[in-house]
Design a binder for this molecule. Structure first.
Ligand code: ADP
Ligand code: MG
Length: 348
């Protein structure tokens, strides 16, 4: 849901770099579709599928992405902003079944993340000025953040009953930005599989899910959080999602300090101590929410990873030190000239 043109350009360069890094058997036919939705470039690559079989599915997936972009937009008129207005007024609103499923999934992920993945954070995101196509240029008043914290909304306060949503907390404003991409990617994979296509990558600006066991796997680049290009790469296995949350995605600086778009709902301020956090997990929605939650967790991320059932994690600290779980260490290949300092972290 970001539309800065410079960012798209950056992404094109990055995606090109990733494509170079991908091992694709020369003889295999590849089908590709690329479009912009959810504020990023969506790239779908199919391997071994016929165009006649793939075209209608790709068209349906593209329609899905555009629909989700419009339905869930956090600040332009959308089904989500309508729902938020109703919540603010203390009204009960009918919610269509597909959004209901997503809200239930969001509530479950909020619980398992100890509240660090907090989609009820919309009011705070707006306060920080991130609900705009332009980046903010000033830090909100401390008093305004204190006021939000005093009435802090929680996902558990969202009541979902008989196809309706309501809350007793009028400050509860939903923002699905931390996992909308993941949900959309899972849906796309679902459509591909239903059509009998089982060798594919759905890539949403570097966050992706790959399916298909092949002789030579897809090799995915993980962006360096502080330099142009790729920090590391991962060869995907049968069915995996790889999602990264980074403090470089949307941020502004005031007096030399970086203020970015991943907010700690406990402090009301951007979460510090992490530059980027990558997780591998089967489902994209869970991987997306977990990348955000573990980013927010800071040094305590291994506990949250264990609680969310995530075992493959890479955290890059702002000083460049890399923390890995054992399971991730077996998967990562560094692509930088000098290998970074690496610390292995045990999961509890
Ligand atoms: P990226 O934009 O790099 O994919 P994320 O998946 O972490 O990063 O999503 C960041 C977005 O999630 C923010 O722009 C905001 O909409 C929302 N958000 C920020 N902090 C939180 C949080 N603690 N819990 C849930 N959503 C959040
Ligand atoms: Mg996320």
């Amino acid at each position: 849901m970001r539309t800065e043109p410079a960012k798209h350009l950056q992404l094109f360069v990055l995606l090109a770099a990733m494509l170079l890094a991908a091992c694709q058997p020369a003889e295999s036919p590849l089908l590709e579709r690329r479009f912009i939705a959810l504020g990023t470039i969506i790239d779908i690559t199919l391997y071994g599928a016929e165009a006649e079989q793939a075209d209608p599915v790709l068209a349906a997936i593209e329609r899905d992405f555009h629909r989700l972009h419009h339905d869930w937009h956090a600040w332009e008129d959308s089904r989500l902003t309508a729902l938020n207005t109703a919540l603010q007024r203390g009204e009960q609103t009918p919610v269509p079944p597909d959004l209901m499923t997503v809200l239930e999934q969001a509530r479950a992920l909020n619980r398992s993340s100890d509240g660090l993945f907090e989609p009820a954070i919309g009011g705070l995101m707006a306060l920080w000025g991130f609900h705009s196509n332009d980046l903010p240029d000033r830090v909100p008043d401390a008093a305004a953040i204190e006021a939000w914290l005093a009435g802090r909304p929680h996902m558990a306060e969202l009541k979902l009953q008989n196809g309706r949503a309501s809350s007793d907390n009028p400050r509860l404003q939903l923002d699905l930005g931390a996992f909308a991409k993941g949900v959309a990617v899972d849906r796309a994979i679902g459509r591909l599989r239903a059509a009998g296509i089982d060798n594919a990558i759905v890539n949403a600006g570097g966050d992706l899910r790959a399916i298909g066991a092949r002789e030579r796997p897809w090799r995915i680049g993980i962006r360096h959080p502080r330099a142009p290009g790729v920090l590391a790469s991962i060869a995907t296995r049968d069915d995996e999602s790889i999602f990264t949350s980074g403090d470089y995605e949307r941020y502004f600086e005031v007096e030399g300090r970086r203020y970015h778009h991943i907010i700690d709902p406990r402090s009301g301020y951007p979460a510090y101590g992490t530059a980027s956090l990558t997780v591998i997990h089967t489902e994209a929605a869970t991987a997306d929410a977990a990348a955000t939650a573990l980013f927010v967790a800071g040094d305590a991320w291994p506990q949250v990873a264990a609680d969310m059932g995530i075992d493959r994690v890479m955290r890059v600290r702002p000083d460049g030190t890399v923390e890995l779980t054992h399971a991730m260490a077996g998967r990562i290949r560094f692509e930088t000239e000098a290998e970074p300092d690496v610390i292995l972290r045990e999961l509890p």
